[in-house]
Design a protein around this ligand. Structure first.
Ligand SMILES: [Zn+2]
Length: 640
Protein backbone atom coordinates (compact mmCIF):
# COMPACT_ATOMS: atom_id res chain seq x y z
CA UNK A 1 0.00 0.00 0.00
CA UNK A 2 2.68 2.42 0.90
CA UNK A 3 4.86 1.51 -2.02
CA UNK A 4 1.95 1.89 -4.37
CA UNK A 5 1.15 5.12 -2.68
CA UNK A 6 4.65 6.50 -3.03
CA UNK A 7 5.27 5.39 -6.60
CA UNK A 8 1.89 6.37 -7.93
CA UNK A 9 2.04 9.61 -6.05
CA UNK A 10 5.48 10.33 -7.41
CA UNK A 11 4.82 9.41 -11.02
CA UNK A 12 1.47 11.01 -11.46
CA UNK A 13 1.68 14.02 -9.26
CA UNK A 14 2.81 16.35 -12.01
CA UNK A 15 0.00 15.35 -14.34
CA UNK A 16 -2.84 15.43 -11.87
CA UNK A 17 -4.57 18.49 -10.68
CA UNK A 18 -4.03 18.18 -6.98
CA UNK A 19 -6.88 17.62 -4.65
CA UNK A 20 -8.96 20.54 -3.66
CA UNK A 21 -8.54 19.81 -0.03
CA UNK A 22 -6.72 16.70 0.88
CA UNK A 23 -3.97 15.10 -0.95
CA UNK A 24 -3.44 11.55 0.08
CA UNK A 25 -2.87 9.13 -2.71
CA UNK A 26 -4.60 8.23 -5.92
CA UNK A 27 -8.00 6.91 -4.90
CA UNK A 28 -8.55 10.07 -2.90
CA UNK A 29 -6.89 12.56 -5.17
CA UNK A 30 -9.89 14.03 -6.84
CA UNK A 31 -10.94 17.52 -6.07
CA UNK A 32 -13.18 20.15 -7.39
CA UNK A 33 -12.93 20.27 -11.13
CA UNK A 34 -13.51 23.98 -11.28
CA UNK A 35 -11.97 26.73 -9.35
CA UNK A 36 -13.28 30.19 -9.79
CA UNK A 37 -11.36 33.24 -8.94
CA UNK A 38 -12.50 35.52 -6.20
CA UNK A 39 -11.57 39.17 -6.38
CA UNK A 40 -9.55 39.14 -3.19
CA UNK A 41 -8.06 35.93 -1.92
CA UNK A 42 -6.90 36.80 1.57
CA UNK A 43 -8.56 39.98 2.75
CA UNK A 44 -11.44 41.90 1.29
CA UNK A 45 -10.68 45.54 2.21
CA UNK A 46 -14.41 46.33 2.16
CA UNK A 47 -15.02 44.04 5.13
CA UNK A 48 -12.31 45.34 7.44
CA UNK A 49 -14.54 47.90 9.16
CA UNK A 50 -16.37 45.43 11.34
CA UNK A 51 -15.82 42.34 13.47
CA UNK A 52 -18.22 39.54 12.56
CA UNK A 53 -19.38 38.27 15.96
CA UNK A 54 -22.14 35.82 15.16
CA UNK A 55 -24.04 34.28 12.28
CA UNK A 56 -27.19 32.17 12.22
CA UNK A 57 -28.13 30.23 9.10
CA UNK A 58 -31.82 29.35 8.95
CA UNK A 59 -32.63 27.34 5.85
CA UNK A 60 -35.06 24.88 4.38
CA UNK A 61 -33.17 22.18 2.51
CA UNK A 62 -34.29 19.04 0.75
CA UNK A 63 -31.18 17.01 -0.10
CA UNK A 64 -32.92 15.69 -3.21
CA UNK A 65 -33.15 19.22 -4.62
CA UNK A 66 -30.13 21.41 -5.32
CA UNK A 67 -31.61 24.59 -3.92
CA UNK A 68 -31.14 26.76 -0.87
CA UNK A 69 -33.76 29.03 0.63
CA UNK A 70 -33.29 30.80 3.89
CA UNK A 71 -31.69 33.63 5.79
CA UNK A 72 -28.46 34.54 7.54
CA UNK A 73 -28.53 36.80 10.57
CA UNK A 74 -25.23 38.52 11.32
CA UNK A 75 -24.14 40.35 14.46
CA UNK A 76 -21.32 42.77 13.76
CA UNK A 77 -19.25 45.24 15.73
CA UNK A 78 -18.09 48.23 13.66
CA UNK A 79 -14.58 49.55 14.30
CA UNK A 80 -15.32 52.67 12.27
CA UNK A 81 -18.42 54.63 11.36
CA UNK A 82 -20.40 52.40 9.01
CA UNK A 83 -22.77 53.86 6.45
CA UNK A 84 -22.85 50.61 4.57
CA UNK A 85 -21.66 47.08 5.21
CA UNK A 86 -20.22 44.49 2.80
CA UNK A 87 -20.40 40.71 2.89
CA UNK A 88 -18.69 38.29 0.56
CA UNK A 89 -21.57 36.74 -1.36
CA UNK A 90 -22.20 35.23 -4.77
CA UNK A 91 -24.46 36.81 -7.38
CA UNK A 92 -25.75 33.31 -8.24
CA UNK A 93 -28.16 33.43 -5.31
CA UNK A 94 -30.85 36.08 -5.14
CA UNK A 95 -31.23 38.30 -2.11
CA UNK A 96 -34.90 39.10 -1.66
CA UNK A 97 -34.62 41.44 1.34
CA UNK A 98 -32.40 42.63 4.15
CA UNK A 99 -34.23 43.20 7.41
CA UNK A 100 -32.89 45.53 10.07
CA UNK A 101 -34.78 46.54 13.21
CA UNK A 102 -38.12 45.80 11.56
CA UNK A 103 -37.42 47.64 8.34
CA UNK A 104 -35.91 46.66 5.01
CA UNK A 105 -32.60 48.08 3.88
CA UNK A 106 -31.44 48.97 0.38
CA UNK A 107 -28.81 46.59 -0.96
CA UNK A 108 -26.96 45.63 -4.13
CA UNK A 109 -25.29 42.40 -5.26
CA UNK A 110 -22.04 43.35 -6.92
CA UNK A 111 -20.21 41.43 -9.66
CA UNK A 112 -17.22 41.40 -7.33
CA UNK A 113 -19.09 38.77 -5.32
CA UNK A 114 -20.06 41.24 -2.65
CA UNK A 115 -23.35 42.14 -1.04
CA UNK A 116 -23.42 45.83 -0.19
CA UNK A 117 -26.07 46.98 2.28
CA UNK A 118 -26.76 50.63 3.05
CA UNK A 119 -27.87 51.89 6.45
CA UNK A 120 -30.35 54.77 6.69
CA UNK A 121 -28.09 56.43 9.25
CA UNK A 122 -24.47 55.56 9.85
CA UNK A 123 -23.68 53.20 12.73
CA UNK A 124 -20.97 54.44 15.04
CA UNK A 125 -17.89 52.45 15.96
CA UNK A 126 -18.26 50.12 18.91
CA UNK A 127 -22.03 49.67 18.54
CA UNK A 128 -22.96 46.01 18.24
CA UNK A 129 -25.70 45.67 15.65
CA UNK A 130 -27.38 43.02 13.52
CA UNK A 131 -29.25 42.40 10.30
CA UNK A 132 -30.78 39.48 8.41
CA UNK A 133 -30.24 38.65 4.73
CA UNK A 134 -33.01 36.60 3.07
CA UNK A 135 -31.96 34.74 -0.07
CA UNK A 136 -32.59 31.73 -2.28
CA UNK A 137 -31.45 30.01 -5.45
CA UNK A 138 -29.34 27.26 -6.97
CA UNK A 139 -25.75 27.59 -5.75
CA UNK A 140 -23.13 28.04 -8.47
CA UNK A 141 -22.45 24.53 -9.78
CA UNK A 142 -19.10 25.55 -11.27
CA UNK A 143 -17.63 26.21 -7.85
CA UNK A 144 -19.15 23.10 -6.33
CA UNK A 145 -19.01 24.42 -2.77
CA UNK A 146 -22.60 23.28 -2.21
CA UNK A 147 -23.71 20.13 -3.96
CA UNK A 148 -26.13 17.24 -4.10
CA UNK A 149 -24.78 13.71 -4.55
CA UNK A 150 -26.17 10.31 -3.63
CA UNK A 151 -25.25 7.23 -1.60
CA UNK A 152 -27.07 3.90 -2.04
CA UNK A 153 -29.71 5.77 -4.00
CA UNK A 154 -30.31 8.26 -1.18
CA UNK A 155 -29.54 11.94 -1.79
CA UNK A 156 -26.72 13.67 0.15
CA UNK A 157 -26.52 17.45 0.32
CA UNK A 158 -23.21 18.78 1.59
CA UNK A 159 -20.80 21.68 1.49
CA UNK A 160 -17.08 22.02 0.80
CA UNK A 161 -15.96 25.64 0.88
CA UNK A 162 -12.16 25.64 1.09
CA UNK A 163 -10.64 27.86 -0.04
CA UNK A 164 -12.97 30.51 -1.45
CA UNK A 165 -16.41 28.88 -1.58
CA UNK A 166 -18.20 29.93 1.61
CA UNK A 167 -19.58 32.97 -0.18
CA UNK A 168 -21.20 30.64 -2.71
CA UNK A 169 -23.82 29.50 -0.24
CA UNK A 170 -24.06 32.08 2.55
CA UNK A 171 -23.26 35.79 2.93
CA UNK A 172 -20.22 35.95 5.21
CA UNK A 173 -16.74 37.32 5.68
CA UNK A 174 -14.05 35.18 4.08
CA UNK A 175 -11.08 37.35 5.03
CA UNK A 176 -8.34 35.43 6.81
CA UNK A 177 -8.24 37.80 9.76
CA UNK A 178 -11.67 37.60 11.40
CA UNK A 179 -13.23 34.37 12.57
CA UNK A 180 -16.96 34.17 13.17
CA UNK A 181 -17.06 34.02 16.96
CA UNK A 182 -20.27 31.94 17.18
CA UNK A 183 -22.37 30.18 14.56
CA UNK A 184 -25.84 28.58 14.68
CA UNK A 185 -27.47 26.32 12.11
CA UNK A 186 -31.25 25.95 12.12
CA UNK A 187 -32.00 23.67 9.21
CA UNK A 188 -35.39 22.29 8.26
CA UNK A 189 -35.40 19.09 6.18
CA UNK A 190 -37.85 16.29 5.42
CA UNK A 191 -37.90 14.25 8.64
CA UNK A 192 -36.32 11.13 7.10
CA UNK A 193 -32.98 12.94 6.95
CA UNK A 194 -30.51 14.11 9.59
CA UNK A 195 -28.28 17.16 9.51
CA UNK A 196 -24.64 17.05 10.65
CA UNK A 197 -22.72 20.27 11.27
CA UNK A 198 -20.16 22.10 13.40
CA UNK A 199 -20.48 22.36 17.16
CA UNK A 200 -23.02 20.86 19.53
CA UNK A 201 -26.39 19.40 18.65
CA UNK A 202 -28.86 21.57 20.58
CA UNK A 203 -32.14 20.04 19.42
CA UNK A 204 -34.02 18.11 16.78
CA UNK A 205 -37.73 18.92 16.56
CA UNK A 206 -40.28 17.13 14.39
CA UNK A 207 -42.75 19.56 12.84
CA UNK A 208 -45.29 17.67 10.74
CA UNK A 209 -43.33 15.83 8.06
CA UNK A 210 -40.27 17.99 8.65
CA UNK A 211 -37.45 18.06 11.15
CA UNK A 212 -35.78 21.22 12.49
CA UNK A 213 -32.16 20.58 13.48
CA UNK A 214 -30.25 23.12 15.59
CA UNK A 215 -26.42 22.98 15.83
CA UNK A 216 -24.41 25.62 17.66
CA UNK A 217 -20.68 26.28 17.86
CA UNK A 218 -19.29 28.81 20.29
CA UNK A 219 -15.70 28.45 19.11
CA UNK A 220 -14.43 31.06 16.63
CA UNK A 221 -14.56 29.51 13.16
CA UNK A 222 -13.10 30.61 9.82
CA UNK A 223 -15.85 30.86 7.19
CA UNK A 224 -14.37 28.05 5.05
CA UNK A 225 -14.59 25.65 8.02
CA UNK A 226 -18.36 26.12 8.42
CA UNK A 227 -20.09 23.09 6.89
CA UNK A 228 -22.98 20.67 7.00
CA UNK A 229 -24.00 17.39 5.42
CA UNK A 230 -27.53 15.97 5.13
CA UNK A 231 -28.68 12.42 4.38
CA UNK A 232 -30.26 9.42 6.16
CA UNK A 233 -27.35 9.17 8.59
CA UNK A 234 -26.80 6.49 11.19
CA UNK A 235 -25.78 8.56 14.23
CA UNK A 236 -23.25 7.13 16.65
CA UNK A 237 -22.71 9.03 19.88
CA UNK A 238 -19.63 7.99 21.80
CA UNK A 239 -16.94 9.64 23.91
CA UNK A 240 -13.16 9.94 23.56
CA UNK A 241 -10.22 11.48 25.45
CA UNK A 242 -9.38 11.73 29.11
CA UNK A 243 -11.33 13.37 30.65
CA UNK A 244 -13.92 12.31 28.07
CA UNK A 245 -15.76 14.55 25.64
CA UNK A 246 -18.27 13.66 22.89
CA UNK A 247 -17.15 11.70 19.82
CA UNK A 248 -19.98 11.94 17.29
CA UNK A 249 -20.14 10.12 13.96
CA UNK A 250 -22.83 10.68 11.33
CA UNK A 251 -22.36 7.78 8.91
CA UNK A 252 -24.04 6.35 5.86
CA UNK A 253 -25.96 3.23 6.94
CA UNK A 254 -23.65 1.08 4.76
CA UNK A 255 -20.62 2.53 6.54
CA UNK A 256 -22.08 1.96 10.00
CA UNK A 257 -22.70 -1.67 9.01
CA UNK A 258 -19.08 -2.21 7.95
CA UNK A 259 -17.05 -3.63 10.89
CA UNK A 260 -13.71 -2.86 9.28
CA UNK A 261 -14.53 0.83 8.82
CA UNK A 262 -16.02 0.97 12.30
CA UNK A 263 -12.67 -0.30 13.64
CA UNK A 264 -10.90 2.48 11.74
CA UNK A 265 -13.26 5.05 13.23
CA UNK A 266 -12.73 3.56 16.70
CA UNK A 267 -8.97 3.99 16.16
CA UNK A 268 -9.55 7.76 16.06
CA UNK A 269 -9.54 7.59 19.88
CA UNK A 270 -5.95 6.36 19.92
CA UNK A 271 -4.57 9.00 17.62
CA UNK A 272 -6.59 11.61 19.55
CA UNK A 273 -4.79 10.58 22.75
CA UNK A 274 -1.42 10.78 21.02
CA UNK A 275 -2.10 14.22 19.56
CA UNK A 276 -3.36 15.53 22.89
CA UNK A 277 -0.07 14.41 24.46
CA UNK A 278 2.06 15.96 21.73
CA UNK A 279 0.17 19.09 20.67
CA UNK A 280 -1.85 19.95 23.78
CA UNK A 281 -5.55 19.46 24.60
CA UNK A 282 -7.98 18.90 21.73
CA UNK A 283 -9.07 22.48 20.96
CA UNK A 284 -12.84 21.92 20.89
CA UNK A 285 -13.35 19.76 23.97
CA UNK A 286 -16.45 21.72 25.08
CA UNK A 287 -18.30 20.63 21.96
CA UNK A 288 -17.12 17.47 20.20
CA UNK A 289 -14.94 15.79 17.65
CA UNK A 290 -16.60 13.74 14.97
CA UNK A 291 -16.97 12.76 11.35
CA UNK A 292 -19.78 13.35 8.90
CA UNK A 293 -19.80 11.55 5.58
CA UNK A 294 -20.31 13.72 2.54
CA UNK A 295 -20.75 13.31 -1.17
CA UNK A 296 -17.47 14.70 -2.48
CA UNK A 297 -15.77 11.48 -3.54
CA UNK A 298 -12.04 11.35 -3.02
CA UNK A 299 -11.98 14.32 -0.67
CA UNK A 300 -11.89 14.64 3.09
CA UNK A 301 -12.03 17.99 4.86
CA UNK A 302 -11.20 19.17 8.36
CA UNK A 303 -14.44 21.03 9.06
CA UNK A 304 -14.13 22.35 12.58
CA UNK A 305 -15.25 19.80 15.23
CA UNK A 306 -16.69 17.56 12.46
CA UNK A 307 -14.42 16.38 9.65
CA UNK A 308 -16.18 15.55 6.40
CA UNK A 309 -15.16 12.14 5.06
CA UNK A 310 -15.55 10.20 1.83
CA UNK A 311 -13.21 7.36 2.82
CA UNK A 312 -11.51 6.02 5.92
CA UNK A 313 -7.77 5.32 5.53
CA UNK A 314 -6.32 5.73 9.02
CA UNK A 315 -3.64 8.12 7.81
CA UNK A 316 -6.43 10.33 6.47
CA UNK A 317 -8.35 10.10 9.75
CA UNK A 318 -5.08 11.20 11.39
CA UNK A 319 -4.52 13.99 8.87
CA UNK A 320 -7.97 15.52 9.40
CA UNK A 321 -7.69 15.22 13.16
CA UNK A 322 -4.29 16.98 13.16
CA UNK A 323 -5.97 19.84 11.30
CA UNK A 324 -8.19 20.53 14.30
CA UNK A 325 -5.04 22.03 15.87
CA UNK A 326 -3.26 23.10 12.67
CA UNK A 327 -5.78 24.79 10.40
CA UNK A 328 -8.79 25.06 12.69
CA UNK A 329 -7.58 26.24 16.12
CA UNK A 330 -4.79 28.18 14.40
CA UNK A 331 -5.70 28.96 10.80
CA UNK A 332 -3.24 30.09 8.15
CA UNK A 333 -3.40 33.90 8.17
CA UNK A 334 -3.07 34.03 4.39
CA UNK A 335 -3.52 31.33 1.77
CA UNK A 336 0.14 31.88 0.89
CA UNK A 337 0.93 30.22 4.25
CA UNK A 338 -1.29 27.19 3.67
CA UNK A 339 1.65 24.93 4.63
CA UNK A 340 0.91 25.91 8.25
CA UNK A 341 -2.30 23.90 7.81
CA UNK A 342 -1.22 21.18 5.39
CA UNK A 343 2.43 20.73 6.32
CA UNK A 344 1.55 20.20 9.96
CA UNK A 345 -1.39 17.91 9.08
CA UNK A 346 1.02 15.89 6.93
CA UNK A 347 3.38 15.80 9.90
CA UNK A 348 0.38 14.42 11.84
CA UNK A 349 0.40 11.58 9.30
CA UNK A 350 4.11 11.04 10.03
CA UNK A 351 3.25 10.68 13.71
CA UNK A 352 0.41 8.22 12.99
CA UNK A 353 2.57 6.20 10.62
CA UNK A 354 5.51 6.07 13.01
CA UNK A 355 3.52 5.28 16.15
CA UNK A 356 0.63 3.13 14.90
CA UNK A 357 0.47 2.27 11.25
CA UNK A 358 3.96 1.18 10.21
CA UNK A 359 6.95 -0.82 11.38
CA UNK A 360 10.18 1.12 11.73
CA UNK A 361 11.47 -0.06 8.35
CA UNK A 362 8.14 0.71 6.69
CA UNK A 363 8.28 4.20 8.19
CA UNK A 364 11.81 4.66 6.84
CA UNK A 365 10.54 3.58 3.39
CA UNK A 366 7.70 6.03 3.70
CA UNK A 367 10.11 8.87 4.49
CA UNK A 368 12.34 7.87 1.56
CA UNK A 369 9.23 7.94 -0.64
CA UNK A 370 8.34 11.41 0.59
CA UNK A 371 11.89 12.59 -0.13
CA UNK A 372 11.75 11.14 -3.64
CA UNK A 373 8.42 12.80 -4.27
CA UNK A 374 9.55 16.20 -2.95
CA UNK A 375 12.84 16.18 -4.87
CA UNK A 376 11.68 14.84 -8.22
CA UNK A 377 11.69 18.47 -9.34
CA UNK A 378 14.56 20.77 -8.43
CA UNK A 379 12.52 23.87 -7.54
CA UNK A 380 9.24 25.17 -6.17
CA UNK A 381 8.64 26.91 -2.86
CA UNK A 382 6.47 25.79 0.03
CA UNK A 383 5.27 29.38 0.35
CA UNK A 384 2.61 30.15 -2.26
CA UNK A 385 3.28 33.31 -4.23
CA UNK A 386 0.47 35.83 -4.74
CA UNK A 387 0.30 35.08 -8.45
CA UNK A 388 -0.54 31.46 -7.69
CA UNK A 389 -3.36 32.03 -5.17
CA UNK A 390 -5.95 31.38 -7.87
CA UNK A 391 -4.20 28.25 -9.10
CA UNK A 392 -5.51 25.22 -7.28
CA UNK A 393 -2.73 22.89 -8.35
CA UNK A 394 -0.09 25.22 -6.91
CA UNK A 395 -2.00 26.24 -3.79
CA UNK A 396 -2.77 22.61 -2.89
CA UNK A 397 0.45 21.20 -4.32
CA UNK A 398 0.85 17.69 -2.97
CA UNK A 399 4.60 17.94 -3.42
CA UNK A 400 5.21 21.35 -1.85
CA UNK A 401 2.35 22.48 0.42
CA UNK A 402 1.80 18.97 1.82
CA UNK A 403 4.87 16.74 1.51
CA UNK A 404 7.64 19.32 1.71
CA UNK A 405 5.70 21.29 4.32
CA UNK A 406 5.49 18.11 6.39
CA UNK A 407 9.19 17.46 5.92
CA UNK A 408 10.02 20.99 7.04
CA UNK A 409 8.18 20.26 10.30
CA UNK A 410 10.14 16.99 10.64
CA UNK A 411 13.38 18.96 10.23
CA UNK A 412 12.28 21.47 12.87
CA UNK A 413 11.82 18.49 15.21
CA UNK A 414 15.30 17.23 14.33
CA UNK A 415 16.87 20.63 14.91
CA UNK A 416 15.19 21.14 18.29
CA UNK A 417 14.96 17.57 19.56
CA UNK A 418 11.62 15.98 20.44
CA UNK A 419 11.21 17.45 23.93
CA UNK A 420 11.94 21.06 22.99
CA UNK A 421 10.04 20.75 19.69
CA UNK A 422 6.80 19.45 21.18
CA UNK A 423 6.94 21.96 24.04
CA UNK A 424 7.39 24.71 21.44
CA UNK A 425 4.36 23.38 19.53
CA UNK A 426 2.28 23.39 22.70
CA UNK A 427 3.42 26.96 23.37
CA UNK A 428 2.50 27.95 19.78
CA UNK A 429 -0.95 26.41 20.21
CA UNK A 430 -1.62 28.41 23.36
CA UNK A 431 -0.30 31.86 22.44
CA UNK A 432 -3.18 34.28 23.15
CA UNK A 433 -2.65 36.15 19.87
CA UNK A 434 -2.71 32.95 17.78
CA UNK A 435 -5.02 30.47 19.53
CA UNK A 436 -8.47 30.32 17.90
CA UNK A 437 -7.18 32.93 15.47
CA UNK A 438 -4.75 33.13 12.57
CA UNK A 439 -0.99 32.73 12.08
CA UNK A 440 1.43 33.37 9.27
CA UNK A 441 4.88 31.83 8.90
CA UNK A 442 6.41 34.81 10.69
CA UNK A 443 4.13 34.24 13.70
CA UNK A 444 5.33 30.64 13.98
CA UNK A 445 8.91 31.91 13.74
CA UNK A 446 8.35 34.44 16.52
CA UNK A 447 6.71 31.81 18.71
CA UNK A 448 9.59 29.35 18.17
CA UNK A 449 12.13 32.00 19.08
CA UNK A 450 10.22 32.86 22.22
CA UNK A 451 9.97 29.19 23.25
CA UNK A 452 13.41 27.90 22.31
CA UNK A 453 15.72 30.87 21.84
CA UNK A 454 16.46 29.55 18.37
CA UNK A 455 16.01 31.90 15.44
CA UNK A 456 14.43 30.11 12.46
CA UNK A 457 14.74 33.10 10.10
CA UNK A 458 17.48 31.49 8.02
CA UNK A 459 15.77 28.10 8.12
CA UNK A 460 12.45 29.45 6.81
CA UNK A 461 14.27 31.50 4.18
CA UNK A 462 15.91 28.32 2.95
CA UNK A 463 13.02 25.87 3.27
CA UNK A 464 9.75 27.83 3.07
CA UNK A 465 10.49 30.84 0.85
CA UNK A 466 13.51 29.34 -0.94
CA UNK A 467 13.33 26.40 -3.30
CA UNK A 468 15.02 23.06 -3.82
CA UNK A 469 17.19 20.85 -1.64
CA UNK A 470 20.87 20.14 -0.89
CA UNK A 471 23.13 17.32 -2.05
CA UNK A 472 26.03 16.42 0.25
CA UNK A 473 29.48 15.13 -0.54
CA UNK A 474 30.87 13.71 2.72
CA UNK A 475 34.45 12.43 2.89
CA UNK A 476 35.97 10.91 6.00
CA UNK A 477 39.20 9.50 7.37
CA UNK A 478 39.98 8.06 10.77
CA UNK A 479 43.36 8.88 12.33
CA UNK A 480 45.86 6.00 12.45
CA UNK A 481 45.76 6.01 16.28
CA UNK A 482 41.93 5.64 16.07
CA UNK A 483 41.54 8.61 18.42
CA UNK A 484 39.64 10.81 15.99
CA UNK A 485 37.76 10.91 12.73
CA UNK A 486 37.85 13.80 10.29
CA UNK A 487 35.22 14.88 7.81
CA UNK A 488 35.10 17.23 4.87
CA UNK A 489 31.51 18.14 4.01
CA UNK A 490 30.63 19.72 0.69
CA UNK A 491 27.18 20.78 -0.39
CA UNK A 492 25.55 21.71 -3.69
CA UNK A 493 22.06 23.10 -4.13
CA UNK A 494 19.39 22.11 -6.63
CA UNK A 495 18.09 25.66 -7.05
CA UNK A 496 19.84 29.06 -7.14
CA UNK A 497 17.36 30.62 -4.68
CA UNK A 498 19.29 29.07 -1.78
CA UNK A 499 23.06 29.65 -1.61
CA UNK A 500 23.62 27.25 1.27
CA UNK A 501 21.43 25.13 3.57
CA UNK A 502 22.60 25.48 7.16
CA UNK A 503 21.67 22.27 8.91
CA UNK A 504 22.92 19.92 11.62
CA UNK A 505 23.88 16.71 9.82
CA UNK A 506 23.11 13.31 11.35
CA UNK A 507 26.07 10.94 11.01
CA UNK A 508 26.27 7.34 12.16
CA UNK A 509 29.63 5.70 12.83
CA UNK A 510 29.77 1.90 12.65
CA UNK A 511 32.65 0.11 14.39
CA UNK A 512 34.47 -3.03 13.27
CA UNK A 513 33.06 -4.88 16.29
CA UNK A 514 29.49 -3.69 15.99
CA UNK A 515 29.98 -0.45 17.89
CA UNK A 516 27.66 2.42 16.94
CA UNK A 517 27.96 6.14 17.60
CA UNK A 518 25.69 8.96 16.46
CA UNK A 519 27.28 12.34 15.95
CA UNK A 520 26.05 15.64 14.59
CA UNK A 521 28.04 17.93 12.31
CA UNK A 522 26.92 21.54 12.53
CA UNK A 523 27.28 22.36 8.86
CA UNK A 524 27.78 26.10 8.42
CA UNK A 525 29.86 26.41 5.24
CA UNK A 526 30.79 24.54 2.12
CA UNK A 527 33.72 22.09 2.42
CA UNK A 528 33.78 22.60 6.16
CA UNK A 529 36.22 20.34 8.05
CA UNK A 530 35.34 18.57 11.30
CA UNK A 531 37.39 16.37 13.61
CA UNK A 532 35.60 14.36 16.26
CA UNK A 533 37.15 12.14 18.97
CA UNK A 534 36.49 8.42 18.49
CA UNK A 535 36.73 5.44 20.85
CA UNK A 536 36.64 2.58 18.35
CA UNK A 537 37.84 1.62 14.88
CA UNK A 538 35.30 3.00 12.40
CA UNK A 539 34.52 0.62 9.56
CA UNK A 540 31.78 2.60 7.86
CA UNK A 541 29.98 5.93 8.03
CA UNK A 542 26.30 6.45 7.23
CA UNK A 543 24.49 9.70 6.63
CA UNK A 544 20.89 10.65 7.41
CA UNK A 545 19.87 7.07 8.15
CA UNK A 546 16.64 8.10 9.84
CA UNK A 547 15.89 10.59 7.06
CA UNK A 548 16.01 13.44 9.53
CA UNK A 549 16.74 15.95 6.80
CA UNK A 550 15.67 16.45 3.21
CA UNK A 551 18.49 15.85 0.69
CA UNK A 552 19.03 13.86 -2.47
CA UNK A 553 21.88 11.96 -4.14
CA UNK A 554 24.27 12.55 -1.25
CA UNK A 555 27.45 10.48 -1.08
CA UNK A 556 29.67 9.29 1.78
CA UNK A 557 33.19 8.12 1.00
CA UNK A 558 36.24 7.10 2.93
CA UNK A 559 39.13 9.15 1.57
CA UNK A 560 42.57 7.98 2.74
CA UNK A 561 44.10 11.14 1.27
CA UNK A 562 41.79 13.52 3.07
CA UNK A 563 43.85 16.43 4.31
CA UNK A 564 42.96 17.26 7.87
CA UNK A 565 45.20 20.31 7.99
CA UNK A 566 42.42 22.82 8.18
CA UNK A 567 40.22 20.92 10.55
CA UNK A 568 39.60 22.15 14.04
CA UNK A 569 39.64 19.72 16.91
CA UNK A 570 36.79 21.61 18.44
CA UNK A 571 34.97 24.49 16.94
CA UNK A 572 34.76 27.57 19.04
CA UNK A 573 31.83 27.28 21.36
CA UNK A 574 29.18 29.94 21.79
CA UNK A 575 26.09 29.96 23.94
CA UNK A 576 22.76 31.54 23.07
CA UNK A 577 20.36 33.10 23.71
CA UNK A 578 21.81 35.34 26.36
CA UNK A 579 19.89 36.47 28.36
CA UNK A 580 18.06 33.14 28.42
CA UNK A 581 14.42 32.44 29.31
CA UNK A 582 13.94 28.69 29.15
CA UNK A 583 16.88 26.99 27.40
CA UNK A 584 20.50 27.54 26.42
CA UNK A 585 21.95 26.26 23.17
CA UNK A 586 25.65 25.61 22.60
CA UNK A 587 26.76 26.40 19.11
CA UNK A 588 29.75 24.40 17.85
CA UNK A 589 29.31 21.51 20.26
CA UNK A 590 29.97 18.29 18.38
CA UNK A 591 30.17 15.65 21.07
CA UNK A 592 28.28 14.81 24.21
CA UNK A 593 29.85 16.60 27.12
CA UNK A 594 29.48 17.30 30.86
CA UNK A 595 28.41 20.71 32.03
CA UNK A 596 28.05 22.57 35.31
CA UNK A 597 26.05 25.72 36.04
CA UNK A 598 27.14 27.83 39.01
CA UNK A 599 26.07 31.04 40.65
CA UNK A 600 28.34 33.99 40.06
CA UNK A 601 29.61 33.17 43.57
CA UNK A 602 30.83 29.77 42.38
CA UNK A 603 28.19 27.66 44.12
CA UNK A 604 27.00 24.82 41.87
CA UNK A 605 23.28 24.87 40.97
CA UNK A 606 22.98 22.33 38.16
CA UNK A 607 25.05 19.72 36.41
CA UNK A 608 24.48 17.19 33.67
CA UNK A 609 25.43 16.07 30.19
CA UNK A 610 24.40 17.72 26.96
CA UNK A 611 24.46 16.24 23.47
CA UNK A 612 25.31 18.16 20.33
CA UNK A 613 22.33 19.92 19.02
CA UNK A 614 20.32 19.65 22.20
CA UNK A 615 19.60 22.46 24.63
CA UNK A 616 20.08 22.80 28.38
CA UNK A 617 16.91 23.68 30.23
CA UNK A 618 17.30 26.67 32.57
CA UNK A 619 13.61 27.38 33.06
CA UNK A 620 13.75 26.38 36.74
CA UNK A 621 16.59 28.80 37.60
CA UNK A 622 15.88 32.00 39.48
CA UNK A 623 16.54 35.23 37.65
CA UNK A 624 20.18 36.24 37.91
CA UNK A 625 23.74 35.87 36.65
CA UNK A 626 25.26 32.39 36.22
CA UNK A 627 28.28 30.63 34.80
CA UNK A 628 28.01 27.65 32.45
CA UNK A 629 31.16 25.50 32.39
CA UNK A 630 31.92 22.85 29.79
CA UNK A 631 35.03 21.55 28.06
CA UNK A 632 37.21 23.76 30.27
CA UNK A 633 35.44 26.88 29.10
CA UNK A 634 33.26 29.25 31.13
CA UNK A 635 30.39 31.30 29.80
CA UNK A 636 28.60 33.99 31.76
CA UNK A 637 24.86 34.19 31.12
CA UNK A 638 21.84 35.96 32.49
CA UNK A 639 18.66 34.11 33.32
CA UNK A 640 15.72 36.49 33.03
ZN1 LIG B 1 -5.18 18.68 4.89
Amino acid sequence: MKTIYSIVFFLLSHTLVSAQIEDYGLPYREGKSHFQKMTTYNNNPNTTQYDLKYQRLEATLDPAVNFISGSVTSHFLPNATLSSIYFDFTTQLNVSSVSYHGTNLAFSQLPTKELKIDFPTAISAGTLDSLTVHYSGIPDPSNNAFAVHSQSGIPVMSTLSEPYGAQDWFPTKQSMNDKIDRFDFKITTPSTYSVAANGKLMSETIIGTNKLTFWRTQYPTAAYLIAFSITNFTKINDVMGNPPFPFVNYLYPTTAANPSIMADIEWTKQIMNTYENLFGPYPFRNEKYGHMEFGYNGVCMEHQTMSSMSGWPRRVIAHELAHQWFGDKITCGAWNDLWLNEGFATFGEHVANEQFLMTHSEFMNYLQGQKNFITYATGGSVYVNDADLGNQSVLFSGRLTYAKGGYVVRMMKWILGDVVFYQAIKDYMSRPNLAYAYAKTIDLKTSLLQSTGKDFTEFFNQWIYGQGYPTYDIQWKQSTDLQSISFKVGQSQSHPSVAFYTLPLPIKLNGSNGEVAHIVLDHQSNNQMFTIPTTFAVSSVEFNVEHQILEKNSTVQMNANLSTQNSLIQEDLQIYPNPADTVIWIKGLNKETDFVITFATGQQVQKGRVEPHRSISVSHLEKGVYWLELQNKRFKFIKR
